[in-house]
Design a protein around this ligand. Structure first.
Ligand SMILES: C[S@@+](CC[C@H](N)C(=O)[O-])C[C@H]1O[C@@H](n2cnc3c(N)ncnc32)[C@H](O)[C@@H]1O
Length: 388
């Protein structure tokens, strides 16, 4: 896997401009008014995002990615399947091919994917890092099933080789960058923010045949110079299945970062579901989406005390002491802070407690009636303890 190791040495600015040129040379379009640059202009190593260089009108096309440049499963290539297919094995296999193409054949997109940081989402960490994460969540707090990201979802369902680092990296990148089973260059450059989401897709790729249309990304509203352009990874126009249950912990699990407010937390075992909203003065409020119970809030209070104990035990330790990479250590404590804050907001909220949630069915969490998903698409990824 020297390709994976050498990749980080490529200059990312060059990789990005080659990628844009390649899209343009192959029938695509990328608007001149957008720029792909590090989020912190002074820190070339900071993550990249998309920014408006000048004013952009609402509805203006930002980019058009033709069907041929999209990485998708061979099943899709025949163009017969519409709607969601049940797994993403096909797009993973194709991504592996794109990333392992020979020097003469590799596309600028393959090179860009190769340059991405390795194993940065928790499902792909070292065993020690994952064990510490599970110690933190106690198989009770979300996100659930971190070991399934590779094991159940790729090894078992796709029959994939989890011992090959390039394969593992491709799986992680598909989970962190794809629009379910389409990995779309340029569209995958937009960062996530539910409060500032300002782009849209002209055509929902799961509701119509996109062989002719490809992905057309448009401005959701008027954009100002220097504004960052944001997608939403769970509330976008075609995010139906993800809309209800996929909150801040699940964003963290799949994409490896803690989202800003607004956040959604679904504590399935305590049957507590909340949105955390921030007003223009930075005041955070808790919106209970299902009436909480005393039993549930007590469970979360107990978890908060346990988390305090955990941080106390580790406060004088470092990544080196534990023997894990600093990316894992730093990310874990970032998530800890978000989890701790969410539990603090929820347990100190002045909400009337009622027991109704415990007499509801397993779908208690969609009882609020704001659900978007179709009837058979409601599900929560259950925790290990839930299955006992
Ligand atoms: C679809 S890609 C977005 C483009 C990516 N930043 C890049 O440099 O190519 C998703 C990845 O971007 C990063 N990301 C997206 N939104 C973010 C946010 N709001 N804060 C921090 N990182 C974010 C995460 O690393 C995530 O796995």
């Amino acid at each position: 896997n020297t390709a994976l190791n050498n990749a980080n040495e490529d200059d990312v600015d060059t990789l990005v401009s080659n990628l844009i040129q390649w899209v343009r040379d192959n029938g695509g379009y990328v608007n001149d008014k957008i720029d792909f640059r590090p989020i912190e202009p002074e820190d070339p190593a900071s993550p990249r995002g998309v920014f408006a260089k000048q004013e952009i009108d609402a509805g203006e096309t930002l980019a058009h990615i033709p069907w041929d440049l999209i990485i998708k499963s061979p099943e899709r290539t025949k163009g017969e399947v519409e709607g969601l297919s049940k797994d993403d094995c096909g797009v993973i296999q194709e991504t592996i091919k794109v990333m392992t193409a020979s020097d003469g054949n590799i596309t600028p997109y393959g090179r860009y994917l190769l340059s991405q940081p390795q194993n940065y989402t928790v499902g792909f960490w070292s065993k020690k890092g994952q064990d510490l994460f599970v110690e933190m969540t106690d198989n009770f707090l979300p996100p659930n099933g971190i070991k399934d990201m590779l094991g159940e979802e790729f090894e078992d369902i796709c029959d994939g080789d989890v011992n090959d680092p390039m394969t593992v990296q491709a799986v992680m990148l598909v989970r962190a960058r794809s629009d379910w089973e389409y990995l779309v260059p340029v569209y995958d450059m937009f960062n996530h923010h539910n409060g500032k989401y300002n782009i849209e897709l002209r055509v929902n790729p799961y509701k119509s045949s996109i062989k002719e249309t490809g992905y057309e990304i448009i401005a959701g509203r008027q954009l100002q110079p220097e504004e960052q352009l944001y997608n939403s990874y769970n509330r976008c126009g075609n995010c139906d299945v993800w809309y209800d249950w996929f909150g801040t912990p699940e964003i963290y699990l799949n994409f490896g970062f803690v989202e800003s407010f607004p956040q959604r937390w679904l504590f399935d075992l305590a049957r507590v579901k909340v949105d955390l909203l921030e007003d223009s003065n930075g005041q955070v409020s808790v919106k209970f989406l299902v009436p909480p119970s005393k039993k549930g809030v007590d469970m979360l209070r107990h978890q908060l005390v346990r988390l305090n104990g955990l941080s106390f035990r580790y406060q004088s330790k470092s990544a080196v002491d534990i023997g894990i990479r600093s990316v894992e250590w730093d990310s874990l404590w970032q998530y800890y802070d978000a989890l701790h804050a969410a539990l603090t907001y929820v347990t100190s909220a002045n909400e009337t407690l009622v027991d109704d949630v415990w007499i509801m069915d397993d779908n208690w969490w969609v009882q609020e009636g704001t659900t978007r998903a179709e009837e058979d698409e409601h599900w929560v990824r259950t925790t290990a303890r839930d299955e006992l």
